[in-house]
Structures are given as structure tokens and as C-alpha cells.
Design a protein. Structure first.
Length: 168
């Protein structure tokens, strides 16, 4: 089963994903995709770490999410990937970014493994971005989210801490 959870920044999407993940029985693994590049983001990552069960192993994916998924698939019953938008940002800085994105889409399209919860930011609900680079990233993120929603068995949008069912 693949569950896809979307939401805006600080919408409660990660909290909702963690609530669902906490109810899972069996072995679990948290796959982190964000890398702290400034003190504010470092604090946000630390806050997320404090909210998670310290007994759950954490794998850091960086741009190589496809490899981490394949490795974790063999060892755990449940995976939580938080967040695809940070992973996409890592891919955009990578020479083989389009290949990396394609590999994750391929792997998840053929997924025959443990339950996985994917978290992603839903961008583009506000004003049009001022720069070409940001507009391009918002479009890529929207395209990735559409693809993941199509692959997922369930999809939710979290707004103001409230999960709305998109697909079940």
C-alpha cells in the first residue's frame, strides 16, 4: 500500500503522516530527504526529530532516494518518506536529476513491498513565483505530486491540520 500525503508548509502533513505511521505494527523506517542549509531549516529538522519515536531508524536519502527505497524495502515492514519536495530539490541540483526522478517513479510504480507513506508539499496555491527558477521548481513539484497521487492507493491533503481524503 502506498499512501500519499500532501499539504502546504506547516500544514500538519508531517504530523498526520507520523500519526498514521505510529499506528503501524512491525518494523519501521523513516526516510529523511531534507538537508539543513541554514539555521532555520536546521531547527525545523531538529523539531521533527524530537517529534519522532527515537527507536525508529532514520535513513537519509539525499538525491539517491531510489537506492534507499530499494535497501529499506528488504529490511522493514513500513516506510515513511518525508518529504518528496526536499528530495526533488536535491535532484534539481544533481547532474542526473531527471534520471533520479524517473527511477523513483519507476520503483514506486512497480512497488511490491512494504507499506510506504510519502509526504510532499503542495506548492503553487499562492501567488505566481517571481523567478523562472522557482516557477520551474513549482511546476516540477506539481508534476511529481500528480504522478505520485496516480500511483498511490490513498491520497490525503492536509489543510490547517485537517486531513482531507482525496483518494481511497
Amino acid at each position: 500500500m502506498i499512501t500519499f500525503i500532501l499539504g502546504g508548509n506547516k500544514s500538519g502533513k508531517s504530523d498526520y503522516a507520523l500519526e498514521r505511521f505510529a499506528k503501524c505494527t512491525g518494523s519501521k523506517c523513516f526516510i529523511a530527504t531534507g538537508k539543513a542549509r541554514d539555521m532555520s531549516f536546521r531547527k525545523q529538522i531538529m523539531d521533527h526529530r524530537m517529534e519522532r519515536d527515537p527507536a525508529i531508524p532514520v535513513l537519509e536519502a539525499g538525491a539517491n532516494l531510489h537506492q534507499v527505497l530499494l535497501t529499506a524495502k528488504e529490511k522493514y515492514d513500513h516506510l515513511l518518506v518525508d518529504s518528496l519536495d526536499f528530495w526533488l530539490f536535491s535532484c534539481s541540483e544533481h547532474v542526473d536529476g531527471e534520471y533520479l526522478i524517473g527511477e523513483v517513479v519507476r520503483i514506486l510504480s512497480e512497488w511490491k513491498g512494504p507499506d510506504v507513506v510519502l509526504v510532499s508539499c503542495e506548492l503553487g496555491l499562492g501567488p505566481l513565483a517571481m523567478t523562472r527558477e522557482v516557477r520551474e521548481f513549482v511546476r516540477k513539484n506539481g508534476s511529481l505530486n500528480r504522478t505520485m497521487a496516480a500511483i498511490a492507493d490513498e491520497a490525503y491533503l492536509v489543510v490547517a491540520g485537517l486531513p482531507l481524503t482525496l483518494k481511497k
